[in-house]
Design a protein around this ligand. Structure first.
Ligand code: CTP
Ligand code: CA
Length: 226
């Protein structure tokens, strides 16, 4: 039984996904952001919903439509994203596909910064919370399956392997986002799946929708109790 395009692989599961960039205000009219279209994260949310999961998508500012059958929580900053993720728990599976800004401008006040004779303002930065690491290292209420992404421009696999250990997640989807690949903002993705045990699987270049569907099949297999 089930629906033609995915059916019931994730029926009864709650899947939490982060997607898109975060925007970190500099002043009321300016922000610091990461480059991210949200296409891959939104595609994962859509594929999981099509596979029967209850899906919560915590999304930064994107121009994409809300995926069908998904609860979408819109946020702007990394700190808002963390709060929304925590509010959405418990989840059976959490997939952190967002391109979170690593830093935010130190509080510069409520008024627009004006140009002046003193030149550019000094932009002090402070580090944002690491949402993936915070959730993956929770003692209570950690989702049983925590998946991170790694956006790399060089030594993709080595950097991703270091990340899985540092962040405490179960699986990393590493993608090569060097500009030549066209992954950033494009419709196709080139990914490697890296497991906590060091396992490595390289997928062919595929449309982001297809990467999402295959990932859903994998997540279902990893959460199925024998
Ligand atoms: N991530 C997160 N919160 C942050 C930074 C990253 O949840 N503040 C998540 C991303 O959603 C992704 C994973 O961590 O799933 C890896 O993000 P990435 O930017 O590749 O790793 P960083 O640890 O931030 O390292 P760097 O940017 O220095 O490569
Ligand atoms: Ca980062």
């Amino acid at each position: 039984a089930g629906r033609p395009d995915g059916g019931t692989l994730l029926a009864g599961r709650h899947l939490l996904v982060t997607s898109g960039p975060t925007h970190e205000p500099i002043d009321p009219v300016r922000y610091l952001a990461n480059r991210s279209s949200g296409k891959q994260g939104h595609a994962i949310a859509a594929a999981a919903a099509a596979a029967g999961a209850r899906v919560t998508l915590v999304s930064g500012p994107v121009t994409l439509p809300d995926p069908l059958g998904v609860t979408v929580v819109r946020i702007e900053t990394a700190r808002e994203m963390l709060a929304a993720v925590e509010a959405a728990l418990p989840a059976d599976i959490a997939v952190f596909a967002a391109a979170v800004a690593d830093w935010r401008p130190a509080n510069l006040g409520d008024e627009k910064i004006k140009k002046g004779p003193d030149g550019p303002p000094p932009l002090g930065l402070v580090e944002n919370p690491d949402i993936l690491a915070t959730i993956a290292r929770r003692r209570e209420g950690r989702p049983p399956l925590v998946v991170g992404f790694a956006a790399e421009t060089t030594e993709v696999i080595a950097h991703a392997r270091a990340k899985i250990a540092r962040k405490g997640c179960d699986l990393i989807v590493a993608n090569d986002v060097s500009t030549a690949t066209g992954v950033m903002g494009g419709d196709r993705n080139s990914v490697h799946l890296i497991g906590r045990d060091g396992s490595l699987e390289t997928w062919p270049v595929l449309p982001k929708d297809e990467v999402a569907r295959r990932l859903v099949v994998r997540l279902a297999a990893l959460t199925t109790t024998p």
